[in-house]
Design a protein around this ligand. Structure first.
Ligand code: GLC
Length: 440
């Protein structure tokens, strides 16, 4: 199999754009308490059916969604074509379990792709490998029916090959009938193998069950430019283009055998991917902006999630955050797009994060903790042509050569190489202020 099949050309946009929107939308929006609710509360199909019968997102306006994402500064989106519950947002010919057959009465995916593309965003799918509704999907240890006393009996007659065919067939539909798809986020594998390495699909599932190699091959054939994530259980085989740390930002970015690789951290605004009415751990705009900066400073992308409501809207808390981020991005996106990790040798000042744009040769100092007047940059004297605050383009004075230029000792390092930035006493009124340094 071709390893890391996507070449530099295919991944250029991904590295440049840095910031995307994740959308988790399905029947779980009606229960409004996490997209795993069918599993965690062990809800049987006949009970879950009532949400299928009720699903009617009458306020759904994909143009509005796309506008909110674009204004937030997001450059791509990834939407759940199907999550683990098995419900399909598109008009799949391979199942009746789809939006078309609910009161919604239409394909919800097609207009979404069109609306986001019209706003200049790229489109990707999150597609669940797992399916808790399909009658041929073997009940395993994470299935909603895992604790049924007659679990083994319920598995009789389930045909994993038929499920596989369904999985591959649906991906084919999604990659042939929905225009250009730039990302595929498969989710997820949890293989269980015995001592001989033989897989045990009634306990867990991985590349054998999905026939991952074949699935990946078809994915690349149908959309040659596509980037595929790392959850097909083909990590060692090299069957992935980017890594997907979830709900955390890795300490130093992601490296494989010492080499930095493409990666994207995915995060929720609160603690749930699907719409969660009562969950209260929402991150602040400042925190989210900080996460974006931190991610880019380590060479990664950020995929931030919204779980739209059952009426088809982004709820007010998500809208507030998207707008807040947009407010920051409007003035600071220059430190995000086209930027990545600062080259070796640039030391990060205290309470700061650096990003660097190799094309414009500009270094961005994101000041997370606003200091009193002076920011000391070790080893930078003589290297900077101009320094300014990004929020208002006001010049930042540079003092070179050490303590002679500033009151009192500045401590450590070689004073001759020290560049000191003179900041205003008051922190600029933005979530995270950024100093832009144009290098000589
Ligand atoms: C997980 C969860 C899921 C969520 C996803 C996002 O694997 O199963 O609910 O969609 O991660 O990365």
């Amino acid at each position: 199999m071709s390893s890391h099949a996507a070449g530099v050309g295919e991944s250029e946009w991904f590295v440049h754009d840095r910031f995307g929107l994740f959308i988790h939308w399905g029947l779980y929006a009606l229960l409004a308490r996490h997209e795993w609710v069918k599993q965690s509360e062990q809800i049987p199909d006949d009970v879950y059916e009532r949400y299928f019968e009720q699903f009617d997102p009458d306020l759904y306006d994909p143009e509005e969604w796309a506008a909110l994402a674009a204004e937030a500064g997001m450059k791509y989106m990834v939407v759940t074509s199907k999550h683990h519950e098995g419900f399909c947002l598109w008009d799949s010919k391979l199942t009746d379990y789809k939006a078309t057959n609910t009161p919604a009465g239409r394909d919800l995916l097609k207009p979404m792709g069109e609306a986001f593309r019209a706003r200049g965003l790229r489109v990707g799918f999150y597609h669940s490998l797992i399916d808790w509704h399909h009658p041929d999907f073997l009940i395993d240890d994470v299935h909603p029916m895992r604790n049924q006393p007659d679990r083994e009996k319920l598995n009789e007659g389930r045909d994993p090959a038929r499920y596989r065919e369904y999985l591959h067939g649906q991906v084919r539909e999604l990659l042939t009938e929905y225009g250009r798809i730039d990302l595929l986020f498969y989710d997820f594998s949890y293989p269980r193998r015995d001592e001989q390495g033989k897989s045990q699909p009634w306990l867990g599932k991985g590349r054998e069950e999905w026939e991952s190699e074949k699935l990946l091959k078809m994915t690349r054939e149908l959309q040659p430019q596509i980037l595929v994530n790392d959850r097909l259980d083909l990590i060692e085989q090299g069957g992935w283009d980017y890594r997907t740390p979830e709900q955390y930002v890795p300490k130093e970015g992601v490296k494989v055998e010492g080499q930095p690789v493409l990666w994207e951290a995915c995060h929720t605004f609160s603690g749930s991917w699907g719409y969660h009415r009562d969950e209260a751990s929402w991150k602040s705009v400042e925190q989210l902006v900080g996460m974006l900066i931190d991610t880019v400073s380590k060479g990664g992308n950020l995929l931030l999630n919204v779980g739209p409501t059952a009426r088809g809207e982004f709820d007010y808390r998500a809208v507030e955050r998207l707008k807040g981020m947009g407010e920051w991005m409007r003035r600071h996106s220059r430190s995000i797009y086209g930027c990545g990790r600062a080259p070796e040798g640039f030391e990060t000042p205290q309470d700061c994060r650096l990003t660097y744009n190799p094309e414009t040769r500009r270094l961005y100092v994101h000041v997370l903790g606003w200091p009193f007047r002076h920011l000391h940059l070790e080893g930078m004297a003589g290297k900077v042509r101009y320094a300014q605050l990004l929020n208002d383009g006001s010049e930042v004075k540079m003092l070179e050569g050490g303590p002679g230029h500033v009151a009192g000792p500045v401590g450590g390092g070689s004073q001759a190489r020290l560049l000191t930035l003179e900041l205003p006493v008051q922190k600029p009124k933005v979530a995270v202020p950024v100093v832009e340094l144009s290098l000589k």
